[in-house]
Write a protein that binds this ligand. Structure first.
Ligand code: SF4
Length: 114
């Protein structure tokens, strides 16, 4: 039995995941905890948030995030690629900065306009 805290929402339920019983999850308040608990042991994923450089904007950097979860082992490589991106204003919220990162089907998108 593995114990963990669900990080999907601020409630932070204390989960127990039984890896010897088909990754049965208990302690969750909602179904998202079941998915999180199982994935965390089988194939952990994360949403990535960061910023990228932008020219001619109100600020020097603009916030970005993945529009879905990517495998945890790709987070560091994704951050390296994000750090090399440079945009030019004007940019709208939700614009795709990097498409289909590492063939995950997930894009890096802006989270504000500038
Ligand atoms: S199980 Fe549901 S309610 Fe509990 S922390 Fe996870 S997402 Fe939030």
């Amino acid at each position: 039995m593995v114990e963990m805290i669900c990080i999907v929402c601020p409630i932070g339920c204390h989960l127990q995941v039984d890896e010897k019983n088909n990754y049965t999850v208990t302690g969750n308040t909602c179904p998202r905890g079941i998915t999180y608990g199982k994935d965390e042991l089988v194939a952990p994923k994360r949403v990535v948030t960061s910023t990228v450089k932008i020219k001619n904007g109100l600020y020097n950097r603009i916030p970005v995030k993945t529009n879905g979860s990517i495998p945890k082992e790709l987070v560091e490589k994704t951050m390296e690629i994000i750090s090399k991106v440079e945009l030019s204003s004007p940019i709208k919220v939700g614009e795709v900065v990097l498409k289909n990162i590492f063939d995950t089907g997930v894009d890096i998108v802006t989270t504000r306009s500038m």
